[in-house]
Design a protein around this ligand. Structure first.
Ligand SMILES: [Zn+2]
Ligand SMILES: [Zn+2]
Length: 192
């Protein structure tokens, strides 16, 4: 145990080890800690910028971001399924954007169900966009996929919901993570 204490010694700003500064204003004990401090400052600055960017987003901005992540997850979840309303293959192009995440009850008229997984399924673009969602056929497909009780639960759910910033950020980040987890699990064997 060291009892002697140099009165000029002070704790390093990074590793907290006591050191004696050779220059005034010296706050770290070593070049290694100085480099660490620079890296920490950069990380903190990036976090600050991210927080600031997040803070100026409006609720509609956040709804858009959360919807993008949610829809991306739905498309990945249903990638191996046929179109919900007509049973045809989803699309010919090999990328995720080749087909839509189509809502049974639309985001416009039932915004409270816009992030409900039962209410949203992969759908061909022509069915979703040019067939007005093909509601009757969608319902038939939906009943066979999630069951009548779940469909009726969607149809009778009319409690409006006001999305908050915190909810939307959480939904966005949750579905981003769910999408990633799905993608990393669905890679064919033998591929990195
Ligand atoms: Zn140090
Ligand atoms: Zn269809």
């Amino acid at each position: 145990m060291l009892t002697y204490k140099n009165p000029k010694a002070k704790p390093c700003g990074v590793c907290e080890r006591l050191f004696v500064p050779v220059r005034l204003m010296m706050v770290v004990c070593s070049p290694a800690c100085a480099m660490k401090k620079v890296r920490q400052a950069k990380v903190q600055e990036r976090a600050k910028i991210k927080t600031r960017k997040e803070a100026i987003k409006t609720i509609p901005d956040l709804i858009k971001e959360a919807q993008r992540e949610f829809n991306g997850y739905i498309r990945a979840r249903d990638a191996a399924q046929p179109c919900i309303c007509c049973g045809r293959p989803l699309g010919d192009a090999p990328v995720g954007g080749a087909y839509d995440a189509g809502h049974y009850r639309s985001t416009g008229s039932a915004s409270h169900l816009r992030f409900n997984e039962d209410n949203c399924h992969a759908q061909r673009k022509d069915c979703n966009r040019y067939g007005a969602g093909r509601a009757v056929d969608y319902r038939i497909g939906l009943v066979s996929r999630i069951g009548l009780a779940a469909v009726e639960a969607l149809e009778s759910d009319n409690a409006p919901h006001k999305w908050t910033r915190e909810e939307l950020i959480q939904i966005r980040d949750t579905y981003r993570a769910k999408f990633k987890a799905l993608k990393s699990n669905s890679k064919p064997e033998g591929q990195a």
